[in-house]
Design a binder for this molecule. Structure first.
Ligand code: NAP
Length: 259
């Protein structure tokens, strides 16, 4: 299917690995020029060169912490006006409700709620002026069903989801859509570190923890960054202009919901 977005320009944050990289690659495969961001410059530069060579699009790499004001300013300066924004950053650490104080919540809200909101506030006006834009925020399955050990994530993602629910309706008249993608367990570094956490908590090996977590997913495997990226590119395509303010769950059926 031709997604109809060749020649558009996208900013993808948290793009050097995992789900963000999956989104960046799928957009590049659709002919979209990219500005990609992550903190570790060497990994990011290597990924940017690889994507540019493989898909023949322009890829600009900006190494910065997207959750800091300074980092965000540098990324936004390099990006200029974009047609597509995919927001992503690392998730907060797991723990118990007794572990977290105000500062922990402020850090989680900064990273996973206020950062995507700041990026949208900066880039939505250009999309509105152009009469076309697409925003996809990578959030989490925890928006639909809480993951008890991820209380910081549950809280921050819920705040972002509420913001998107209203704001997406305010920008839709201008040809701009905002949607969220909710990953269940995907085979990325983040999943491996969560496997290790389960292994420690239950006194089993990380391999056993992975098998246990896969068994709880109806498709009996973790998702892949490539299939996540394909959905992201579709939501950013010309075909997705009637999809507004949705929370798309990609979890292999793991969350037991009727709707
Ligand atoms: P990942 O494999 O660890 O990749 C995270 C990417 O974001 C890397 O490129 C990382 O590069 C970059 N990044 C992290 N913090 C950043 C920051 N402050 N500024 C700029 N870039 C940053 O993670 P993932 O599994 O793809 O997960 C992506 C998001 O989905 C996370 O928020 C995670 O909580 C959420 N999620 C994932 C799963 C899953 O199963 N994978 C499930 C539910 C939710 P640098 O480290 O170099 O910055």
């Amino acid at each position: 299917m031709d997604l109809g977005i060749a020649g558009k320009r996208a900013l993808v944050t948290g793009a050097s690995k995992g789900l963000g990289r999956g989104c960046a690659e799928a957009l590049a495969a659709a002919g979209v020029d990219l500005v990609v961001n992550a903190r570790a410059a060497a990994t990011l530069d290597a990924v940017a060169s690889e994507i540019a060579a493989r898909y023949g699009v322009s890829v600009t790499a900006v190494a910065a912490d997207i959750t800091s004001g300074d980092g965000r300013d540098r990324v936004l300066d390099a990006a200029g006006q974009v047609d597509i924004l995919v927001t992503n950053a690392g998730g907060p650490p797991p723990g118990m409700w007794t572990d977290w104080d105000r500062e922990d919540f402020i850090a989680a809200l900064d990273a996973n709620m206020l950062t995507p909101i700041a990026l949208m506030k900066a880039l939505l006006p250009g999309m509105i002026d152009a009469g076309w834009g697409r925003v996809v925020n990578i959030t989490s399955v925890s928006v639909r069903a809480p993951v008890a050990v991820l209380g910081l994530s549950n809280s921050a993602r819920a705040g972002l989801t509420g913001y998107v629910a209203g704001t997406s309706r305010q920008v839709a008249p201008y040809g701009v859509t905002i949607n969220n993608m909710l990953p269940g367990i995907h085979a990325t570094d983040r999943a491996i570190s969560l496997d290790a956490g389960v292994a420690r908590a239950e006194g089993i090996t990380p391999g056993e923890a992975k098998l246990q977590r896969e068994a709880a997913i109806p498709v009996r495997r973790y998702g892949t960054p490539a299939e996540f990226g394909a959905m992201c590119a579709f939501l950013c395509s010309q075909h997705a202009g009637f999809i507004v303010g949705q929370n798309i769950l990609l979890d292999g059926g793991a969350t037991n919901l009727t709707i």
